[in-house]
Design a protein around this ligand. Sequence first.
Ligand code: EPU
Length: 341
Amino acid sequence: MLQLQRDVSLREFNTFGLPATARYVVTIDSEAALLDALALPELAGLPRLVLGGGSNLVLTRDFDGVVLRMAIRHRERLPDNPADPCARYVRGGAGEVWHDFVDWTLSQDCPGLENLALIPGTLGAAPIQNIGAYGLELAERFHEVRALDTTTGAFVTCSRDDCAFGYRDSLFKREPGRYIIVAVTLRLPQPWHAVTGYADVSRTLADAGIAEPDARQIFDAVVDIRRRKLPDPAQLGNAGSFFKNPVVDAATFEALRARFPQAVGYAQPDGAWKVAAGWLIDQCGWRGKTVGNAGVHERQALVLVNRGGATGADIVALARAVQASVRERFGISLDPEPLML
Ligand code: EPU
């Protein structure tokens, strides 16, 4: 039975802990519930916001529409595919908590997602921004999603190519609101190979005396790094990295390195460079600063935090100030990563 709630506080539903009210909230726990909700006469024509863990969202105002809270839960290991013996496949509902899903895949002897441990949010939200961390992006383990195409009212399957993944980008970001993801299938290559190229990961494993880590040890190392560097949203409101790492051409990066030999950047396959935005922000003196109730995290300048009682406007004002200093000092523009509403 669908429960349509009116005038609901969204504070508990966004990891920044920002205040805002939605005209309606409805919890979606099945595909049938999704179709029923979209057919409700009260909701006809209203703007929609599909919410997973609310971990990539900045609420700057009340939402005069309907929030669909995705709570479809199921997980399964699919039978091995004789046509693709070099992989294991797992599938889950959009409402699965991402970290718990990763943990479960390891318990099912399906390694391959361990570098993405402890990323906040849900399985259904993971493809939208193509989550990535510690040398791995979701796109590298992605098989397909099942989604409702709201323009036709039909469920569709989107393959990896259809999803057009990029750095923190996908079809779902480029056509916002069109697709509502209900299930995700991941492809975990066999035999498994450890991904330990990221400096933090190799250092943490080396410090623990682990030379040939298994997937669970990488999972534990990633959890350890994230706990050390990134604030826990349950304790300090935040939405992970607030900006994307800007990608610049080789000439721009060379010029930056000529002026700032310490600048941190990663060469991209196409010759461009991804610059560490955290380093740029840190160099401008922002790390640990507080403006009103919003702040820049002490251990990771790329993460903006709610110091308590911040509004979306406080976060946006701080973000603008950070962008202005980075532009002034380095001539580089920073794009926010979370959805601003
Ligand atoms: N750095 C500083 N000062 C800071 C922060 C970072 O000098 O205050 C330097 C670090 O020393 C390091 C470099 O910047 O040399 C990169 O920092 P880090 O390894 O922490 O990673 P990041 O590039 O800042 C990205 C992702 C994170 C992901 C980490 C690990 C983006 C926007 N962010 O951060 O993803 O966990 O790599 O792979 O790509 C997220 O998207 O929400 C997120 C947390």
